[in-house]
Every structure is written in C-alpha cells, then in structure tokens.
Design a protein around this ligand. Sequence first.
Ligand SMILES: C[S@@+](CC[C@H](N)C(=O)[O-])C[C@H]1O[C@@H](n2cnc3c(N)ncnc32)[C@H](O)[C@@H]1O
Length: 266
Amino acid sequence: MKQRFNQNQTFQSAVQNQISPDFTKFPRFACSLWFFNEVILSSLVVQNLNGRSRQKPLIQIMLLSPAAERSQDGLLSVLWELLEERSHRELFGLELGSGTGQHVVHFAREMPFVTWQPSDIKEEARNSIRAYIEATKAKTVLEPVYLDASEPWEKWAGLPQSSCDIIIAINLLQYSPFRTAEGVFKGSGQMLKQNGLLMTYGPYAINGTITPICNEQLDQTLRQMNPDWGLPDIDVLRQLAFSNGMRMERMIEMPESNKCLVFRKL
Ligand SMILES: C[S@@+](CC[C@H](N)C(=O)[O-])C[C@H]1O[C@@H](n2cnc3c(N)ncnc32)[C@H](O)[C@@H]1O
C-alpha cells in the first residue's frame, strides 16, 4: 500500500503528524504486514553555477513504514545486546534490504561505534535512505548501494570478503523468494568475519507450522502478493546457516509475533 502526503513537510512533522495516526488507528498488532507511505519533502538548495549562486528546488521522497517505526526500538535493544561487548571497537555492519532507511538511521544514532552500509535492490528505497541520512545528519551511515542479496557475494556491491562484523536482514526473507534466503546465507558466510553475526527478523514457520493464526493469514497474504514469498522455516534456515559455516545461536521472541534469529560465523 502506498499513500502520498502533503508537500513541504519537515522530517519531524512527517513523523509526528503522519505516522502517529496509523498507530492509533490500529492500537493492537497481533501480527504485522509491512507497507510504506510516501512523504514528499521539498527544500531549496544553493547551487553554484559559473561563480553565481542560485537556489534550486530539491524534491525528495521519503518512505515511512509504520511497521519499521514500531519495531526499531526492540531491534535496537537486541543489537545492543549482541554488540555491546565489542563496542570499544569500530565495527562494520551491512544491512540487506534496508527499505525505507528508518532502521539504519535509528541504529546509527544510538550505536556510533558501528559504520552502517545500507543496501536495497530498489532505487526508490535507496533514494529514501538518502533522504533519511540527510534529514538525520547521520555520520556513520554510508551512501546506500544496490545489492541483490540473491546474487553471489562477489556481486555484493564490491564489498570485501570477511569485512562485516554484523549483517542484518529485517523483514527481507519473508518478502522475497527462497533464493534470496539462500543468497543471504551463502553471502553472509563469505562476508562475515570470524565470530561475526547475522541477524534476521520477521515472522517464521517452525518445523512446517505457522503460529499464531494471524501469521498464517500473513503468510497467505504474502503468497497472494507473490507466490514465491512467504514465511521461511527456521529449521531450513538453520540448515542453510550450517552449510555456510554459521551456527544458529539464538531465537529471540519479539512483539507482533516476530522473532530475531541470530547466527554466528564459526
Ligand atoms: C518488506 S521490505 C523491508 C524493509 C526494511 N528492512 C524494513 O524492515 O523496514 C523488503 C525490502 O527488501 C528489498 N528486497 C527484496 N528482495 C531483495 C533482494 N533480493 N536483495 C536485496 N533487497 C531486496 C525490497 O526492495 C524492500 O525494500
């Protein structure tokens, strides 16, 4: 679902005035479908042309996902717990399927010891991530890159092998075909440093069973949107991790019937 909001909004007013009504409209979330709204930001930038400066209008489209907004604090707590003992070092984190960019700037604000590399296959997502970086003046978030996680790691935006302390994939495995999950695990097995972590988030099946009922309905909705999408099975992911040099270490229950899965590179 896409919705456009008024022009000339600032980032703050967009967040305060436009996201909040979504929260109050749906006060309880048993399970959640990811979608986004669009906010059009317009501003004037000063351009220097042949020694003369002039103002040029700049239009940016920022995507806002209510599900991303609701999950960001819980995910931040998990990341803190996972990375706290390494926080005296400078770490490098790669986000796959960053989407709007809300998560990465939120994590960057609270974890300045991590340099984040956001990525997505969609140009509209990369443009939105740029808009968030600019709006929040995030200094530890790099320019978003095109990265198709279903591709072999050699095509992952030229990032070097064994360069990542952490790789995160939030609501990616559910909203893409199984070959993306295969790519995420194969690629992470190559891109993570020894002891590096892969964290995936979203709803899952366990041993072929999906609970609660609202996640079963979510799985059906995803399959209607695209027959190759749907909730991945944790046991299948555990095996994928194993065959790519990683071990599933933790399964953390999260709000709205989601889970964080944590895999460690051996
Ligand atoms: C459901 S959205 C989740 C976005 C964000 N992680 C969040 O939770 O708000 C899935 C995102 O993954 C991206 N995506 C889908 N397939 C992908 C692939 N093979 N490689 C990288 N990104 C992909 C989509 O463009 C979309 O932005």
